[in-house]
Design a protein around this ligand. Sequence first.
Ligand code: FUL
Length: 457
Amino acid sequence: MIPFLREAAEVKPSGKQLDWFDMELYAFVHFGPNTFTDREWGLGTEEESVFFPEKLDCDQWEEAIKAAGMKGMVLTAKHHDGFCLWPSRYTEHSVKNSPLQRDVVKEASDACRRGGIKFGFYLSPWDRNSELYGTPSYNDYFCNQLTELLTGYGEIFYVWFDNACGEGPNGKKQEYDFGRYFDLIHKYQPNAVIFNDFGPDIRWCGNEAGAARHAEWSVVPSELCHYSRVQTGPGPMAFEGDLSYLYNTEQELGTMPNILYSKGLTYTPAEIDMSIRPGWFWHKEENPHSLERLFLTYLSSVGANACLNLNVPPTTEGLIDERDVKRLKELGDLIRKEFGAERLACVEKLQGEPLTQPVYQITLEQPVRELKYIVLKEEIAKGQRVESFRITAESGSGRQYPLYQGTCIGHKKICQLHDPFALQNPLINDSGDAIHRLRVQITAARDEVFLKEIKVY
Ligand code: FUL
């Protein structure tokens, strides 16, 4: 074993990253002047009077979100237009000068607490309204606003920074002082995870289409996640190559060829962010995506070592659109139906296998002709280690056949074996020979493997 791979296997998540991973699915809420002007990016010149959600009811948001099984809400406290959903002391461009005259951040965070889900916020550093934008004083302004949000709304689980850096009203771009922003969060909300395209705690997956990579490693080169804490020395080929080209959109990030060239590794898992509709903000003409698309997104994000931040935008009335409410409920119902009851089985680790290639035998209590999913989890508190695995089935007569091949496992890998939307699912085994046993064989790992869970559905 190359010693560096052992070191890579030891790269570990923080406690708050583990808590975040367990949330799996939570809601983005894009709301602001854009909702009323039918835009995606506001100009910053909108009158405060446009913002008037007459039926605003954050409990209705919370209920809709919870029906999908989501465990948190991330509200756009300020989008690129600079309008604040809370009455900030540092600008006039906020709810305080709108006909609403209410604090939306307070109402949303209170609704989350009442409903037992977590609350976090998105704060756009790009501000098309502030006259200070593009000058060093803007960082002070931004820190003041950030402090208001960190200190006035109870426990915050997540601070989501948009990396967009466009021009402000004076035509200048801003140099963001992210180090200073992060320090404030560490000071006031030490349990909050921070999202930014390049870490420190959570990184962007590189697309808004809902897809994780085939191998979505949480352990990635520091060349990509330069805001995260580096936990290893340089890879064995670090000085024979260069990874400075790495960007979130690369297909391979944490895979072996890259980590061997890296100057050091960080633990920075991916979030998949996507909207339930085509736009991030609500537009009357848009409809929610199909249940099929949303469920497949769930499988390809939560089921591929990432979390899903699914955006649900309130309407001009200040309510989640009934079409979206219905879709969220359908999604929650389907997830509960597909993963509500696992098959009883006895899992044993076979003796005598190499530590990096263990084999687990799963004996089903009742033989079955069809399986829906096999869900695997690694003990990620010990690091992410599995590089590849295969699953085989064994019939009563001892016949063995392949079921699935995969790469990463990490927090959770959902191996999909059926299509819940097909009119008739082809039986995995139509020979009349039911499946009695399964074998999960790890074919490569960076060090000793610790699987936490194998569940069969
Ligand atoms: C992007 C923004 O420009 C979009 O408007 C949206 O907020 C998305 C989540 O992030 O960078």
